[in-house]
Design a protein around this ligand. Sequence first.
Ligand code: NAD
Ligand code: DAU
Length: 335
Amino acid sequence: MVTGGAGFIGSNFIYHVLKNRNDINICNLDKLTYAGNLENLSGIEGQYPGRYHFVKGDIADESFVHTLFETEQFDEVVHFAAESHVDRSIHSATPFIMANVLGTQILLDASRKFAIKKYLQVSTDEVYGSLGETGYFTEETPLQPNSPYSASKTAADLLVRAAFHTHHMPVLTTRCSNNYGPFQFPEKLIPLIISNALADKALPVYGDGMNIRDWLHVTDHCEAILTVLEKGKFGEVYNIGGNNEWANINIVKKILEILGKPESLIRFVKDRPGHDQRYAIDALKMKNELGWEPSYTFEKGITETVEWYIGHKDWWERIKSGAYTDYYKNQYEKN
Ligand code: NAD
Ligand code: DAU
């Protein structure tokens, strides 16, 4: 079972697995929140007959989840479903607690009751907090989350850790840096900048634009998760990163350069409260123990991604014209 498979990384993961592993069939459980979009998976049942099906439901609904596990008899669970946007968690934290914390515990309980053989928690580098100018997050870095989003993801990680120590559950945890690529919801930096620039709209950059993120193509993240699922050691945490640090303003300028759009579209806006300064992952454990390394160069990945958004204007225009618009006004038009 994949949870959150109608979102950005989950939908990419489902394609990646069905394409690369003939012996795996997938049930996708997703609540279809504002971020869940079945258009990401349109035609997949026909492309992979008998190997994929979708179930709409909430991971925080205990009786529903237990009934589903009983009916479907899953072997393995890969848990992506989450409220994932930091800015939304600053406006309202409760949905993050319900989905990310309660939802994770309910999945762990069902996985234990129905003797799931492997449970993989898709976590984030944000659980480590923020770095200064030097250093990297290793798997031993203390957990110091700074936003309600990252605090909820950290709580979930600790519940997974407790499930291993108390119940000896077969759990694995991955903590990845910022992803980019096809099907990313256009509230996140890269798709927001590409789609706004294509429409000649202002490009909001928080603060001075000097916050740093380590960007990884989503396909590399999917392959890393599959690697951990197949070769990882139960109870262990694996950091995943691109070794590819960029200040936000430079990412924005890079996208403008690829699109041939002017830098005059850039607007420096009010900073995100508690904005983490820098994320950078030490992914040596993935390389040395499991043999995984990123395959995309950033030049190739970002160029392909910009081209994908140019070729899928209908996809992001439908999102931007829908429920997303109200949130967008609330987030940016007050600044
Ligand atoms: P996303 O917001 O694009 O997708 C989340 C999906 O989860 C959506 O389809 C949504 O409908 C579903 N969902 C939310 N609440 C649910 C619930 N209660 N029950 C069932 N489904 C629910 O997120 P994403 O960017 O694809 O991130 C996926 C996971 O990867 C998250 O756990 C996130 O913390 C983690 N992660 C993301 C990144 C990144 O850069 N995007 C990096 C590292 C880790
Ligand atoms: O590091 C992994 C995390 O990456 C994931 O756990 C999260 O789910 C994912 O959303 C992402 O979090 P960030 O907060 O780093 O991503 P976001 O795209 O929201 O922002 C990236 C950087 O760009 C961050 O420093 C804030 C800045 N930013 C973002 C937006 C939306 C802007 O300057 N302007 C914007 O409009």
